[in-house]
Design a protein around this ligand. Structure first.
Ligand SMILES: *[C@@H]1O[C@H](CO)[C@@H](O)[C@H](O)[C@H]1NC(C)=O
Ligand SMILES: *[C@@H]1O[C@H](CO)[C@@H](O)[C@H](O)[C@H]1NC(C)=O
Ligand SMILES: *[C@@H]1O[C@H](CO)[C@@H](O)[C@H](O)[C@H]1NC(C)=O
Length: 376
């Protein structure tokens, strides 16, 4: 009886034979069928043209299905020339809680340039009544926006989606209620229509307010070395706006894991999603600075806000003629990095707009407008 319960006895050399056979089959297998990741790299280096290869080196790890799909879609959008518009326009997208204190100044800026711009207003807190005919009827459906949260990115995407409906819109600028123009319309139009990049601010901040906000839960798609920071005030080409519409993979990662929390790293999605995303998918296609100037040199939680007594011809002229973009890290000690602003390879002033201005400055700005904007 006991014997029937006993396991069949195998001699030790049988184990050795089985082990050797398994190892040989494995080695033979990897020789004939290389590991899948390099198999995928092989496919990609075949089907992705040289330009894309340079822009985005192939990851050494195995890509997920969603990543492969995402890369294919993005590559197709970047590669395809857009349908030429007979009447190219710039979409000016105002993201504001309520009324636009500088609407009169913007009216001056836009006046006489009909058919070369479209305006979109996302007023997230209250309904806005407009005084300028350029702004009347330009409000889009809005939703509540919380500072630093994904609802901010959602509002930016809502503006982009509405602006993309018009096929003539070729370049898309995000502006806030405290932004003012630094140059005349003609200058801004030519700067943006004929540029070959999007002005998305992007830099590597190794400090607590940069990579310190990264969460490993963004893996495997987003590694810490990919994580970037930048001001939310972007301007982008139509192709990039379409890519933003197409992205759900990276969007979800930021929605879930880049959040303001009481415990753990506080992450501000609107300062990281676009910089990180574009740095990963088209680093050579973004300028890495923003055409909207803001002064962080005071080192406070919020940038410098200009009062009436600050607004002089010299201040505006100085901001408008800056030709190096500054980035300040949050490390201790902090580092300030300057990079020359190159427009299609030529050194030019970096900024077309500036913030933040208190509403009280409207009078002085309007008075000075035609004088400072002609300075190039
Ligand atoms: C922006 O930064 C990325 C990454 O540092 C770089 O590869 C790219 O060339 C920069 N873009 C421009 C227009 O210089
Ligand atoms: C933009 O133009 C400059 C100058 O011709 C060139 O060096 C650069 O590679 C171009 N960038 C893109 C993304 O086409
Ligand atoms: C603008 O410039 C003109 C010519 O230089 C000058 O006469 C005028 O006073 C200036 N206006 C203001 C508001 O500074």
């Amino acid at each position: 009886m006991l014997g029937s319960r006993q396991r069949p006895y195998l001699k030790p050399y049988i184990y050795i034979i089985i082990l050797v056979s398994v190892v040989s089959i494995f080695l033979f297998g990897t020789y004939v069928f290389p590991p899948r990741s390099s198999f995928i790299c092989y496919i990609f280096s075949e089907c992705i043209n040289g330009e894309f290869n340079q822009r985005r080196p192939i990851a050494s790890r195995e890509l997920t299905d969603a990543e492969i799909a995402s890369r294919v879609v993005i590559r197709e959008i970047l590669k395809r020339p857009l349908a030429q518009s007979k009447n190219p326009k710039i979409a000016f997208m105002f993201l504001t809680p309520g009324p636009l204190p500088f609407e009169k100044l913007w009216h001056k800026f836009f006046d006489g340039h009909d058919d070369r711009f479209s305006i979109y207003v996302h007023a997230s807190r209250e309904k806005v009544s407009h005084s300028s005919p350029h702004f009347v009827g330009r409000d889009i459906r809005s939703e509540k926006v919380a500072w630093g949260e994904m609802s901010m990115v959602d509002a930016e995407k809502r503006l982009l989606a509405n602006a993309l409906i018009d096929p003539d819109n070729q370049h898309f600028v995000l502006l806030s209620e405290s932004c003012v123009p630094l140059h005349e319309f003609e200058y801004v139009y030519n700067y943006l229509i004929f540029t070959n990049v999007s002005y998305i601010d992007c830099f590597d901040d190794p400090g607590p307010h940069g990579s310190g906000r990264y969460s490993e839960r963004m893996l495997p798609e987003i590694e810490k070395k990919d994580f970037r920071k930048g001001s939310q005030w972007f301007s982008m080409k139509r192709q990039h706006a379409v890519i933003v519409m197409a992205d759900s993979l990276y969007y979800i990662k930021f929605k879930l894991y880049c959040k303001r929390t009481k415990d753990g790293p506080n992450c501000y999605a609107d300062e990281h999603y676009f910089p990180t995303f574009f740095n990963m998918i088209d680093p050579g296609g973004i300028a890495n600075w923003s055409v909207t100037h803001v002064d962080w040199t005071e080192g406070k939680w919020h940038p410098k806000s200009y009062r009436n007594q600050d607004v002089t011809y010299e201040l505006l002229k100085n901001i408008a003629s800056l030709d190096k973009a500054a980035h300040i890290t949050s490390t201790a000690p902090k580092r300030v990095m300057f990079k020359p602003c190159l427009w299609n390879g030529v050194k030019r002033p970096c900024h077309l707009f500036a913030r933040k201005f208190y509403p009280e400055t409207l009078g002085r700005l309007s008075h000075l407008f035609s004088n400072y904007t002609v300075v190039v």
